[in-house]
Design a protein around this ligand. Structure first.
Ligand SMILES: Cc1cc2nc3c(=O)[nH]c(=O)nc-3n(C[C@H](O)[C@H](O)[C@H](O)COP(=O)(O)OP(=O)(O)OC[C@H]3O[C@@H](n4cnc5c(N)ncnc54)[C@H](O)[C@@H]3O)c2cc1C
Length: 197
C-alpha cells in the first residue's frame, strides 16, 4: 500500500542528529567524583557542548553487573540545528566530553575506554502544528486497509510513547480506533471508515 499524501507530510518533518560518547572509568575514580543520581541534563543557556550525561552503570543495573570495577558514563552532543559539533572527530568529541564533565562534576580521571556512536537524523522535531500534521497522516493512512503507523515521529520520541503508538496501531488494524483517536489530538473523522472497520 502506498500513500503519497502521507509520505509528503512525513517528508516535511525535520530531524536532529546527535552523537553519544561512551566513557568507561575505573569505578573508584568515577565514584569519587560523581554526585548521587543517574546523570544530569545541561540546558542550552549554560553554554556547554554536552547536553546531558547519563551515569549508565547507575541507571541500568545490567551495565554495572558486567564489570563491578568499571563505571560507564555517556554524554550526548548535538542539539537541533547544531551540525558543526557533529563534524568533529571522535577524539575531539571525547575531549570535549571530558572537559565538560570536569567542569560539571570534577571528574578528572582518564577513561579506560571510549566509544563514539553517531545518530544521524535520529530525533524527529515537533514544531507548532505537528499534532495537526500527525492527524493528517493518520487520516491518509486510514484510507488504506491493513496499514497503520507508529513510531517516534507521531506521539512522542521517548520509548514509552513509541510503544503506546505501536499498541494503538495494532488496535487500529483490528478495528478498535479508541487508542489512536486518543493519541491524535484532533478528532479524525475519516478514521471512522478506515482500516479494519
Ligand atoms: C541517541 C538517542 C538516545 C535516546 N535515548 C532515549 C532514552 O534514553 N529514553 C527514551 O525513552 N528514548 C530515547 N531515545 C528516543 C527513542 O530511542 C527513539 O525515539 C525510538 O527508539 C524510536 O523508535 P522507532 O520504532 O520509531 O524507530 P527506530 O527504533 O529507529 O526503528 C525504525 C526501524 O525501521 C528500520 N527501517 C528504516 N527504514 C526501513 C526500510 N525502508 N525498510 C525496512 N526497515 C526500515 C530501521 O532499521 C529501524 O530498525 C533516544 C534516541 C536517540 C537517537
Amino acid at each position: 500500500a502506498e500513500s503519497p499524501a502521507a509520505a509528503a507530510e512525513l517528508r516535511a518533518v525535520e530531524y536532529a542528529s546527535m552523537a553519544l560518547i561512551t566513557l568507561a572509568y575505573r569505578r573508584a575514580d568515577a565514584d569519587a567524583a560523581l554526585p548521587d543520581g543517574s546523570g544530569f541534563l545541561v540546558p542550552p543557556v549554560d553554554g556547554r557542548t554536552i547536553k546531558a550525561s547519563t551515569f549508565a552503570s547507575r541507571k541500568w543495573g545490567w551495565i554495572a553487573d558486567e564489570d563491578p570495577d568499571v563505571m560507564v558514563l555517556r554524554t550526548s552532543v548535538g542539539r537541533y540545528g547544531e551540525t558543526e559539533i557533529l563534524r568533529r572527530s571522535d577524539a575531539d568529541l571525547v575531549e570535549v566530553s571530558r572537559h565538560d564533565l570536569r567542569e560539571a562534576v570534577g571528574l578528572t580521571a582518564a577513561p579506560l575506554e571510549t566509544r563514539v556512536t553517531r545518530w544521524s537524523d535520529g530525533l524527529p522535531q515537533y514544531p507548532v502544528g505537528h499534532h495537526a500534521r500527525v492527524a493528517r497522516v493518520r487520516e491518509h493512512v486510514a484510507q488504506l486497509p491493513g496499514l497503520a503507523v507508529c513510531g517516534a515521529v507521531y506521539d512522542g520520541v521517548g520509548i514509552p510513547a513509541c510503544v503506546a503508538s505501536a499498541y494503538a496501531a495494532v488496535d487500529q488494524l483490528g478495528g478498535d480506533l479508541s487508542a489512536v483517536r486518543e493519541l491524535t489530538a484532533a478528532p479524525v473523522q475519516s478514521l471512522h471508515g478506515g482500516a479494519g472497520e
